[in-house]
Each structure stands twice: as C-alpha cells, then as structure tokens.
Design a protein around this ligand. Sequence first.
Ligand code: AHR
Length: 490
Amino acid sequence: MLVVHADKGTETISRNIYGHFAEHLGRCIYEGFWVGKDPAIPNTRGIRNDVVEALRRIKIPVLRWPGGCFADEYHWKEGIGPRDKRPPMINTHWGMVKETNAFGTHEFLDLCEQLGCEAYVAGNVGSGTVEEMQDWVEYMTFDGDSEMANLRRANGRDKPWRVKYFGVGNENWGCGGSMTPEFYADLYNRFQTYVRSYSGNRIVKIACGPGSENYHWMRTVTERAHRRMDAISLHHYVRGTGNWTRKGSATKFDETEWFALMKNTLTIYPLLQGNIDIIDKIDPRGRIGLFVDEYGTWWDAEPGTNPSFLYQQNTLRDAVSAGIFLNAFNKHCRRVRMANIAQTNNVLQAMILTKGAKMILTPTYHVFEMYKVHHDAKLLPIDLQCGTYQHGSETVAALDISASKDKSGRIHVSLCNLNPKDSAGLACMIEGIQPRNVSGRVLTADSMNAHNTFDNPHTVKPVAFKDFRMEDDVLTVRLPAKSVAVLEIK
Ligand code: AHR
C-alpha cells in the first residue's frame, strides 16, 4: 500500500539534484563534447550539436567540470588563449595520456551557455596555488578593469560569465592531495577567502566532503569550516561486487550481481542520513547544502578499451539504480540540494555513448528524462508498505518510490521495482485530491542486461504505461519486474 500525501509537503526538490559531471577523463570531454573542427560531426564552435540537444531535452540544470581527480592537477591558464599555443600536459590520473588543453575555460563556459545550464567549476587545491584560484574566479566573473578581466577580453570574451558554483578541491583525502581532514579544513578556509563574488556574481562555495562512509571527514571539515562554506560534497560509487579490483562486468552478470547492485544502491539512504545528522548538529538552521557531486555505478571497463578511460556500457540494471538514487535525493532534498551523476559521456554511468559521429542514449539517460518532472517540484511525503525482493538468504524492499507536486498541481510518482523476476501490485491512495486523470510511462526490458548499442539504439526506451486502474479513489498499479515507472496524476 502506498499513501501519497498530496495535501502536505514543505520542501522543494532542487532541479540541481538532476545535475551532471564531466571530467577530462577518457572520451568524456574529447569526442563526447569536443570535436573541434571535425567536419564530419555537426558542431557549434567545436561542441557537438547532437550531445547538446540530447542534454537540453533532459533539462540539464548544472554541469561540474574539469574533475574529479583531474581538477587538482589542472592549471587553468594552460587552457586559455589561441589553441595552437596552449601547452599540453600529461593526464596523470587517467592513463598518462596527453591532454592538449584544447578544451578549457572558454570552451566549458560556452558549453554551459549552449546547454542553458549553470556552471560548477572545481578548483585546484592539491597542486595549485591560492593566487591561481583567485585569478581564475576573477578571469571568469569580473566585469571591471583588472589584469585578469582584460586577459579574458584579449582572449575574445568581453562580458564575464555567470559561474554560480565553485568547488574548493576534489577528494582531497585521496587523489586531491592525500590530506587529513584537519589539514584540508585549514586549507579550505584559506583558499576560499580568495574565491570572491565579483560584479554581482554571487558564488556558492563548496568544500570537499567525504567518499562514502567517512563520517570523520564530514564531521571534522564541517566543524572547522562551516561558517565559510555554502555546501559540502559527498561521493558515492556503487558496484555489483564487494571489491574495487573486480568490479564486475557492466553487461555480463547474473542475478547475484543484480541483487548486489540493488542492495549497494540502497546504502545511499543510511549514508545520506548519517551525513545529514552530522551537518544538522553543526548547522541547525539548514544553511549548508549537501552536494552529492559524484555518484553512480562503476564497472570494469569494456573489454578492448583503455582501462583508465572508464568506458562502460549501461543496462537496465544501471537505470533502476539511477531511479533509486534519484528517489533518495528527492526524499532528502531538505539538505541534498545538488547531485551530479558521473559522468555525462562515455565514462562510468554515462547518459550518452558516442562512436565517431554516432550517439546513443543509455537507459540511465531515459530515467533522467522521465524524472525531469520532479525538477523544482514540491516533495510529497509518502507512506509505503511493500513486499520484499529476496535473493538467497538476503532481502531488500522490492519497491523504491518518491512523489512530488509540480507548480501546476500535477502529481508525479516515480517507482522502481527492484525485483528482476516478479511484477509488483500496489494499491495507491492519493490523499488530499480527487484524481481525475492518470497516465504513465515505464522503462523495462526482457532481460536484466538489456542495453542500447550503436546497431540497436532503442532496445531500452520508455513506453506508455497502462497497467493500472482507478476504482473508488484507489489507484491499483501493477509494476513490471525490473522497471522504472513515472505516473502523472491530475
Ligand atoms: O569519476 C571518476 C573519479 O572518481 C573522479 O575523478 C574522482 O573524483 C573519483 O574518485
């Protein structure tokens, strides 16, 4: 039984929960976004049009760049000015490959303008300087007469850009400098001082938070730096096995690995709560946001590809995992005000895979498209009692659900059926309104590992959902096995 309290709800689901992340890693930026002067791929100032159009269709709200681990070895001044004069560098984290710096600050902010999304720039604390960080913010956002603003003008951009979000480092407990939380918090306080809000651009400062269950990092950094941060990050990657050396195949798996991913994805609930409890104690007025600015599935790289490029296929299993993550973020939107799935193109749990001029949309993309109805909608409280999904001796709840009401009063309920074998019946009461019209869409397929390929790009895509009936104000739904559905109730 599901009860949706359509007459209650006080929190707004920020559209930024549906944010994205693009790193200089493998083929995410180069090939995924940037094709330069390649005449075979239609582009606008070097940025491919098909990818921009696809991301506009899911109303991408915010894009985080340039990393990830890459952020803490990125020196932005190498990525401005004439492209043929930009010095190359070695991308030491991701395969020791040559980074040409062809895609830099101007290209990224042009991309954000083409996408119509906010920019989230991650600054370099690990190997950068305070001066370098201060200069970058001034270069991008200062309207007046200064060395950096004039350098920007000399490079072809007169007006400053709007850069709303700025991260002070990334994973500084690991690839971003192997720091202790005490040391990082002191560095954060120092660096952020010079991240200025220029010319009416009010910048939101994000401190580096922990990876997964490192509550000590969250507590220490928040205690020491909370007055000087607007948000703190959290990273959480999930797999179908228990270890990082064999993460499992994205497409070749059995039910044990399906179950393991469902169970691992559900750890987002206690993880969010654990971190929110810490922040609530230090910031009871609720000023600081929790930004889950990297999350998603992480599989072994596709056979035959460079393992450092993290290229993985994306199946129905990834889509159900994404649906659960997004439901969890919706339900914690009081504190979770941004989330950025890793990563947009060709890397980890991508929205889009490209091959030359071809592009395909993944099952995860379709979940973001279906869930966009939750953007900036009011979170509705729900009560759910549902059956379980058992595999071997282990059990999880079979259904994961969230609900919202949009500005025109339409109610949207997003439902994931984690069970790959059995459909699930659910009686829904919508309290506070008289439902007149119900419609829906569902994403499912015959097999657990169904996915889209360049030869068969539409194997997994949403279709109209009709398996429900309304009787005496009770909406009875039968959700197919292994599916993600979104219902609209008016
Ligand atoms: O998204 C891939 C990597 O995962 C990022 O660079 C890093 O921040 C995280 O460990």
